[in-house]
Design a protein around this ligand. Sequence first.
Ligand code: ADP
Ligand code: MG
Length: 278
Amino acid sequence: MSDVLNPPESAEGSTSVPLKPLGKVVAVTSGKGGVGKTFVSANLAAALAKRGHRVLVLDADLGLANLDVVLNLYPKITLHDVFTGKAKLEDAIIRAPGGFSVLLAGSGMVEYSRLTPEVRDDFLRIMAGLVPHYDVVLLDTGAGISDVVLFAVSLASEVLVVATPEPTSLTDAYATIKVLAGQQKRKIIRMVINQTARLGDGRAITTQLQQVLDRFVTSEDGKQLRLVHMGDIPADNSVRQAIMRRQLLLQSMPGCPAAMAISQLALKIEETVAPKAA
Ligand SMILES: Nc1ncnc2c1ncn2[C@@H]1O[C@H](COP(=O)(O)OP(=O)(O)O)[C@@H](O)[C@H]1O
Ligand SMILES: [Mg+2]
């Protein structure tokens, strides 16, 4: 397979050594849990698929996986079976309703909530097998700054931090961004502000966060970390309705404000990180 199968050796037990980022892999992460990562990952995947991209979403929230629930899928074979060698990678990839592929963690992945050398190797092997086959791989990661989450994010070339306007979410987003700047030497972090009340709130929040970062966080080489505002998604009751019905918002209510915002986000992703092949 491709040379990403042979990632650089990392120091024993170190979680801070950033791995060489792979192409077109976008980590969807957050400081606080429950802010909308899975909702954004699934619907953004559908929006990108609709625009002609080959997309795969990997449920990388190993301990608390629930992408299967959101998509109403009952996988027979999961990431767990691939990790344990019971199934082949290609047999665990299934088609989601929105025209994209998914690799679901399912339950029984609790043992993977700690980053052991095995988990690290399994993850790398799977990513290496996946990346060449898709235009975009979205990693729906867990929240926070645990070593498993940071490792999953380290596999991505681009990071999308999801935050809501709540002060607790913003404080946790700030903590996550600081760690990503320090440990992974990220220069650009992309922001999605979910559940906004008014148009323009998200941009103002990203600007505020940038100001705090400028004051308190400088990378070793003196360069500033840049936050790029990718879009706002309004608080919209349709989101809850779609999740209750276990449907993709983009399919069941494509005209509602949150779905339109996700379509805009897909366009912005296409313009910035995942240009369409000519
Ligand atoms: N834009 C939104 N408007 C209204 N509710 C939302 C929105 N985004 C997310 N939610 C609610 O937040 C819940 C948690 O979202 P989820 O994607 O599971 O979060 P995470 O993956 O970050 O833990 C959803 O079940 C939904 O009810
Ligand atoms: Mg989630």
